[in-house]
Design a protein around this ligand. Structure first.
Ligand SMILES: Cc1ncc(C[n+]2csc(CCOP(=O)(O)OP(=O)(O)O)c2C)c(N)n1
Length: 279
């Protein structure tokens, strides 16, 4: 990836963080930590790789993305608005009564391919979409983003087993390996690591990358496209709350809200990062 592209994708990740924080701040509620940790994944997918058209969100042969960790809707909605699926202004309705932008992703929102929120279901749905696309010969890819706490759910592994057995190579699953779940560290609750080895045992191609390195994510995707006989799992080592010092690696910001002082720090830090990428 050339330096210009890398700069653009880093800047988009920063914009995703800025917009998702503004969205949550405005609503007074929403999941900060797990939204911040997937900003680079979404930046690479939506601003470099995915075949989607904001003017034609339902086109049949589009790539699809299932945000299986559906509580991270602020990251998804920020990305879709930045990509042009709906006006930025609409984000101000997030979590308001009568808005389609609810706290967990909703399929009624342009650009969203699956409603999610009940963890553990997304990989199964993404697998179905990928198998359908293959049967139809559309040639598209289906992406899923799961949490590392989420993969404690048994249904994930049923889907993983089927995807490996049926060689569903157009299915690419990201695991946001930020090491925290709702109520603590994975290492203390129930550790699914080593995650890549588990996927390999189920017949997948699996890679581990720094999930905040846009070039590394992009390279892993290239490797996934080259793999013609297996689905690919991209295990992204990330930091929950990445991008704001006071939010990073804090269980409290899974769903909890910052104080006014912390919000001030957050917006100042994000603005400083944005200035760096714009330079
Ligand atoms: C089936 C189900 N059980 C419990 C919850 C409540 N819940 C919401 S987020 C979460 C933690 C998920 O952890 P992880 O997948 O690691 O997400 P991240 O840390 O990336 O936000 C839980 C238990 C849920 N949404 N669905």
């Amino acid at each position: 990836m050339d330096a210009k592209k890398q700069n653009e994708l880093c800047r988009q990740a920063c914009m995703i963080r800025k917009v998702l924080l503004e969205t949550i701040h405005n609503a007074g509620s929403g999941h900060i930590g797990g939204s911040m940790s997937i900003a680079e994944i979404l930046s690479v997918l939506y601003f470099n790789r995915m075949n989607v058209d904001p003017k034609d969100p339902d086109k049949i042969d589009r790539d699809r993305l299932v945000l299986s960790k559906g509580h991270c809707s602020p990251a998804m909605y920020a990305t879709l608005a930045l990509k042009g699926f709906f006006p930025m202004e609409h984000l101000k309705t997030f979590r308001k009564i009568d808005s389609d932008l609810s706290g967990h992703v909703e399929i009624h929102v342009p650009g969203v391919d699956m409603s999610a929120g009940s963890l553990g279901q997304g990989l199964s749905v993404a697998l179905g979409m990928a198998m359908f696309a293959k049967a139809k010969g559309y040639g598209n890819n289906v992406y899923a983003i799961m949490g590392d706490g989420e993969i404690q759910e048994g249904q994930i592994w049923e889907a993983a087993m089927a995807a490996g057995f049926y060689h569903v190579n157009n299915l690419i699953a990201f695991v946001d390996n930020n090491g925290l779940q709702l109520d603590g560290r994975l290492s203390e609750v129930m550790d699914p690591n080593p995650i890549d080895e588990k996927f390999r045992a189920f017949g997948w191609n699996a890679v581990v990358v720094d999930g905040h390195d846009v070039a590394a994510i992009d390279d892993a995707l290239e490797q996934a496209y080259q793999c013609k006989d297996k689905p690919t799992a991209i295990v992204c080592r990330t930091i929950k709350g990445k991008g704001v010092s006071v939010f990073e690696d804090q269980v409290r910001f899974h769903g909890g809200q910052p104080t006014d002082e912390e919000w001030k720090t957050a917006f100042a830090e994000i603005e400083a990062q944005l200035a760096k990428w714009e330079a």
